[in-house]
Design a binder for this molecule. Structure first.
Ligand SMILES: [Fe+2]
Length: 148
């Protein structure tokens, strides 16, 4: 299940908090998928999957607060896409109990999240923030209140 998510400038959304959270998610995903044999390290694997899932939810919540704050016009559609990712993850987590299948399913969720969500949807949010003169400082403030 070897896969590695490498940060690239093309993933940049706000030059601030959202990018930092995306980088952290890459790190968590890499940690999860560096476990070559989930069955032999099941506790560690489950722990990293849970960390990734929890941080993804935390991040989506921050992103949604940011979109509200900057009156992002496609807010509802973007939230639906976040919910679809979480629902897919939930399905993987409640699946057969086979750790290899869980790893496979979660890997697909993460690849989709990076390739379609960050590169397409989140960048639209970034463009909107710039068009209304938003800044990374504002997003940092949001994250700080959400993480308290
Ligand atoms: Fe998003």
């Amino acid at each position: 299940m070897s896969i590695s998510f490498q940060w690239d400038e093309s993933y940049c959304v706000d030059g601030g908090q959202i990018d930092e959270e995306h980088k952290k998610l890459f790190t968590l995903a890499n940690e999860t998928f560096s476990i070559v044999d989930p069955a032999s390290q099941s506790d560690r694997f489950k722990q990293t999957i849970k960390g990734l899932y929890d941080y993804m939810r935390y991040h989506f919540s921050n992103e949604e607060q940011l979109m509200r704050r900057v009156a992002y016009p496609d807010f509802q559609d973007h939230v639906r896409k976040h919910n679809a990712i979480i629902n897919r993850m939930n399905k993987c987590l409640k699946g057969t109990g086979n750790l290899a299948e869980l790893a496979h399913g979660m890997k697909h969720c993460c690849v989709d999240w990076v390739m379609t969500h960050i590169l397409e949807e989140d960048k639209k949010v970034g463009r909107h923030i710039r068009s209304v003169g938003g800044s990374a400082t504002e997003t940092g403030e949001i994250a700080a209140s959400a993480g308290a």
